[in-house]
Ligand binder design. Structure first.
Ligand code: NAD
Length: 499
């Protein structure tokens, strides 16, 4: 094993980071990591065998013995250092994310900033993981609740936020005294390579944090390994449900965030110009590959006509291209298969009776002819009972549905099987309160298109958008990554129990 020169990482097979060392996988299979804007191969990622995951778990178990004894005030010093290193290398990481994921540089910077905010929040762990106590629950008897780490924990993450989503988990897990294993998406492994190169520079003890690239074999290895005590997952709902069920069957804690189909309701009193800008950014930002993207706009009464006309113009205006170029507002989707899937779903919407107001298929971006581009697309009069109204498209496609009043709109919001986010655009406080009260979604936006909770709030998906009970980030993360121990102590003055 040797420490690899990180600058060469992109031109070679990517290594894993196990027990403090960069180590090439023995995997027979490697997948190409492609820049979605050019289809250029940036690197190859190993589909690591279970044996390498087992090595990581063994190292993490060993490291846990000392790490949990390291005072929280000392543990967070590594996070302070990591935050500083991330600030110093901010642009480099953001560029890497854009190259492997396709989103614009502004979007990559935005997600990294949100990731760093989680590190900052987790630096408060010395106070946040305190327990509580009661003196004299009986004469000479005191009772305490202490929080202790759960042990080796793991996270399995999706392609669409290569830096932010791992950081929803890693800082809290480590600060609480757990050792941590990450399996990033095999489609976007480069951002984690950069992050781990910085973790290495913090001199965090060997084995405390491990990177194992791969796919299903590593995931199943995590789910079945008796020493992995908790699993965090973010990805599509069928996989979230699978991971939740299998982890729970093995007695592990599991928090599994799934897919989404987010509606926005537009009332006639909403400020049209602001609303259009926000809805367009939400629907088409990150090429619609965001679990908080608005994918259905439900217009109410008079709002229908003006909103429809203005959103069509905004969709046509959006500048699509390579995310590293200035002025580009939307990049490609992740892979050729994703592009085909999105285009097929657009066709299905038309077959179900929707009108195609803007057709983003057959997008051709000069200089990037091999890229996986789909331009903004708008379907109107989408059948609320059809497949398109229910299916997560995960591309830059906005469906329009028109209703007569707010009650009908809320009914439309609540009929879906997902519950990640719902937004309302209005000037009415009364309508906003009713919506916030009745909408069945864990994240609510009022005059907001991407209601992404700050690091000190939980990311609260509901229904099929989440399997588990404790969410990512904030206090929920502390609850998830610690187990409570209650201690009752008797110290009577005369050292004897009286019967
Ligand atoms: P995905 O479910 O295909 O993959 C996610 C992770 O699971 C990857 O690491 C992948 O290697 C692994 N995986 C995939 N199939 C597996 C299987 N059969 N068994 C075991 N592991 C498997 O998701 P994706 O395409 O990478 O990401 C897009 C999805 O993630 C969308 O549905 C999106 O809504 C969702 N997402 C949700 C949130 C949220 O907070 N709710 C955030 C981001 C993305």
């Amino acid at each position: 094993m040797k420490t690899l020169p990180r600058d060469n990482a992109r031109s070679e097979k990517l290594p894993n980071f196990i027990n403090g060392q960069w180590k090439h996988s023995t995997a027979g299979d490697h997948l190409d990591v492609r820049d979605p804007a050019t289809a250029r191969v940036l690197a190859t990622v190993p589909i690591s065998p279970k044996a390498e995951l087992d090595l990581a778990v063994a190292g993490a178990s060993k490291a846990f013995i000392e790490w949990r004894r390291t005072p929280p005030t000392e543990r967070v010093q590594y996070l302070f250092r990591l935050k500083q290193l991330l600030e110093e290398n901010f642009e480099d990481i953001a560029r890497t994310t854009t190259m492997e994921c396709g989103k614009t540089l502004t979007e990559s910077r935005g997600e990294l900033r949100r990731g760093i905010e989680n590190i900052e929040t987790a630096c408060g762990i010395p106070a946040m993981m305190q327990g509580y106590n009661s003196e004299d629950i009986a004469a000479g008897v005191d009772e305490f609740m202490l929080r202790q780490p759960v042990g080796v924990v793991a996270a399995i993450t999706p392609f669409n936020f290569p830096s932010m989503i791992p950081l929803w988990f890693m800082p809290y897990a480590l600060a609480c005294g757990n050792t941590f294993i990450i399996k990033p998406s095999e489609k976007v492994p480069l951002t984690m390579q950069k992050l781990f190169a910085l973790i290495e520079k913090t001199s965090m003890p060997k084995g405390v944090v491990q990177l194992v690239n791969g796919a299903r074999e590593v995931v199943d290895g995590i789910l079945d390994h008796p020493e992995v005590r908790a699993v965090s997952f973010v990805g599509s709902s069928p996989v979230a449900q699978y991971i939740y069920s299998r982890a729970a069957a093995k007695g592990k804690r599991a928090q599994c965030q799934g897919g989404a189909k987010n509606p926005a309701v537009i009332l006639p009193d909403a400020d049209l110009e602001t609303t259009i800008g926000i809805v367009a950014d939400s629907a088409f930002g990150c090429a619609g590959q965001r679990c908080l993207a608005i994918s259905t706009a439900v217009t109410v009464g008079e709002a229908g006509k003006d909103f429809t006309q203005a959103i069509v113009e905004a969709a046509k205006r959006r500048r699509v291209g390579y995310g590293l170029e200035d002025g580009v507002e939307m990049g490609p989707v992740i892979r050729e298969e994703a592009k085909s899937r999105i285009e097929d779903l657009i066709q299905k919407g038309v077959a179900e009776g929707a009108g195609l107001l803007v057709d983003g298929r057959k997008a051709r971006i000069p200089g990037y002819e091999k890229g996986y581009f789909v331009k903004p697309t708008i379907l109107k009069d989408v059948n609320p009972r059809g497949d398109i109204a229910k299916t997560e498209i995960f591309g830059p496609v906005l469906s329009l549905i028109h209703v007569n009043d707010l009650d009908e709109a809320i009914g439309m919001v609540n009929q879906g099987s997902y519950g990640n986010m719902a937004s309302l655009f209005t000037r009415s406080g009364m309508a906003a309160r009713k919506f916030r009260y009745e909408a069945q979604a864990g994240n609510i936006g009022i005059n907001l298109g991407v209601a992404a909770p700050m690091a000190f709030f939980p990311f609260s998906g509901w229904k099929e958008s989440f399997f588990g009970d404790l969410h990512a980030q904030g206090w929920d993360a502390i609850e998830f990554y610690t187990q409570k121990k209650v201690v009752i102590e008797r110290w009577p003055k005369d050292w004897a129990r009286k019967f």
